[in-house]
Design a protein around this ligand. Structure first.
Ligand SMILES: C[S@@+](CC[C@H](N)C(=O)[O-])C[C@H]1O[C@@H](n2cnc3c(N)ncnc32)[C@H](O)[C@@H]1O
Length: 271
């Protein structure tokens, strides 16, 4: 247990002080578990969610256990995505970057889609992020040169995109900032983008490159819209939202990653 500056006790799980912290003020990184914090974010207040949950592949995160029983993993993930669905405004969008557990044959991208459709969200797109042979280095064949149990190895990830209630999101024409050539390129369902190369410098093992949230933000939101990332890591979505004049809210359970995100947002850290 820690104590806040105002004297309130903070539990290990819930590091935010209910007295000092206003969950609905914007342009900040909140440190805590999204399944708890999202309960306090105002319903129908967010225009766009851009996020990449942990994949449960055994990554070495600062706080998060990335090797959970799949049922526990899904229960938590679905709780958080449901919280995001509540937080979205009508006609708001949600874009989730995910890779299925190919060697364990778990199609988590399909399961997320099924679940969000059950919550009433509309599935609007599946973007294939071609990482340009990044994963081909692996020799996890399953069975080598034999049909007994071959694995398909992925050089890509998915981005599943949803809308709440209405596919069309009205907005001020003057608040559109996507160029025509980018629009025609980014509305093609395959994005060729190399992975982030500075993860070591930022101290995080599973970042996406800025180009991913940049395209999602410019394609699916207007200048001034509010962007939420409930698995914000070292803040890539929030940094891009700020660069492109959106408001943002990032939630991350590691204090260390939150601090790195805040430094990036203040311009104290960049590569
Ligand atoms: C794949 S990483 C996201 C990285 C991010 N896109 C970036 O570029 O920095 C997933 C993050 O979710 C965080 N996380 C896991 N469970 C969480 C939870 N329940 N609440 C908040 N953050 C969580 C992990 O600590 C990890 O930093």
């Amino acid at each position: 247990m820690n104590t806040c500056k105002c004297g309130v006790l903070l539990s290990d799980e819930f590091k935010i002080c209910r007295v000092c912290d206003d969950f609905n003020s914007l342009d900040k990184i909140i440190c805590g578990d999204s399944s708890i914090i999202l309960d306090r974010v105002k319903e129908e207040s967010i225009d766009l969610v851009v996020t990449s949950p942990p994949y449960n592949f055994g990554m070495e995160y600062d706080e998060h256990n990335d090797k959970q029983d799949w049922d526990d993993y899904k229960e938590k993930l679905f709780l958080i995505l449901r919280g995001c669905a509540f937080a979205l405004k009508p006609s708001g969008r949600m874009a989730i970057n995910i890779q299925p557990a190919f060697s364990q044959f778990i199609p988590i991208h399909h399961e997320i889609t099924t679940m969000l459709r059950q919550f009433g969200l509309l599935w609007r797109a599946e973007i294939l992020w071609d990482k340009q042979n990044y994963n081909c280095k692996t020799t996890a064949w399953g069975s080598w040169q034999s049909p007994s149990n071959p694995y398909v190895r992925y050089t890509h990830e998915f981005i599943e995109v949803f809308s709440k209630g209405d596919m069309k999101k009205e907005g001020d024409k003057e608040k559109i900032d996507i160029k025509g050539e980018d629009f025609s390129k980014w509305t093609l369902g395959k994005w060729e983008i190399p992975p982030e190369t500075n993860m070591k410098e930022f101290g995080h093992p599973a970042m996406f490159p800025e180009e991913i949230p940049r395209r999602l933000i410019q394609l699916y939101s207007y200048v001034g819209d509010i962007v939420l990332d409930p698995f914000c890591g070292v803040g890539t979505t929030c940094v891009v939202a700020k660069k492109f004049k959106r408001r943002y809210l990032g939630i991350e359970k590691s204090e260390k990653y939150c601090e790195t995100a805040r430094k990036r947002l203040d311009g104290r850290l960049f590569w």
